[in-house]
Write a protein that binds this ligand. Structure first.
Ligand code: IYR
Length: 230
């Protein structure tokens, strides 16, 4: 994406400055929290389609995330093709079966009990879209030479967070899914070995009888997650 000669330091005035009053900030921060706390990971999807344009804009949001040296070390593959989704489901369930039959280890499998997960992943078929996030270990200049990427897990993690927030804002539900190992996704989706699949996000609308585990509503209180030094 980058032409080597175009990468130089050239500051521009801060675009899109918000400039809110303190009261406006307080209201805006609370309104965003009120919106985000309604986001849940949902495992029960219905097959209602979602316009491609919505997915594209949510990925645009993800792509606006900050990243190490602004290298944007990510690639997203959005899949609505039923045959490809079925292949992903079959391959993921094969891995999950090994995990839940003991491969994950007793402690991990026990930790998942309150979440109610198991090796069946019907959402990978039913959700109208799967978005796979790939992390790029290195990038390529227009002339084909390689450059190193920095803070790749952090950058792709932030972008994925943006993606989940954007999907929620668009009125959709999502589920992050991380079969282990995930390298089958490179072959299935034709991505180069230099990219590491880090997550599958199932996206769509919830089924009428969708549930979430009650523990999902237990969030650590602020005094547990925040220390203020003032
Ligand atoms: N990858 C498995 C197991 C799993 C692991 C964690 I940590 C979770 O929060 C949920 C599931 C699966 O997707 O079932």
């Amino acid at each position: 994406m980058f032409a080597r000669e175009k990468i130089n330091y050239a500051p521009i005035p801060l675009p899109d400055r918000a400039n809110l009053t303190d009261d406006e900030m307080i209201a805006a921060a609370r309104a965003f929290y009120d919106q985000m706390k309604k986001r849940h990971s949902v495992r029960d999807f219905c097959d209602r389609p979602v316009p491609r344009q919505v997915i594209e804009d949510c990925v645009r949001t993800a792509g606006s995330a900050p990243s190490g040296a602004n290298h944007q070390p990510w690639h997203f593959v959005a899949i609505s093709n039923p045959a490809i989704k079925a292949q992903i489901r079959a391959a993921a369930e094969e891995e999950e079966k090994k995990f839940y039959e003991g491969g994950g280890g007793d402690e991990w499998i026990k930790a998942l009990e309150p979440i109610g997960t198991n090796a069946d992943k019907p959402h990978l078929d039913i959700a109208p879209w799967l978005i796979v996030i790939f992390a790029q270990r290195w990038g390529e200049f227009d002339d084909g030479t390689r450059y190193k990427n920095y803070y790749v897990p952090e950058s792709t993690g932030i972008a994925t967070g943006f993606l989940l927030a954007a999907l929620h804002q668009a009125g959709l539900v999502s589920l992050t899914h991380t079969p282990n190992p995930m390298s089958f996704l490179n072959d299935l989706l034709g991505r180069p070995k230099s990219e590491k699949p880090i997550m599958i996000v199932a996206v769509g609308h919830p089924s009428d009888d969708a549930t979430v585990p009650s523990v999902a509503k237990l969030k650590k209180p602020l005094d547990e997650i925040l220390t203020v030094a003032d």
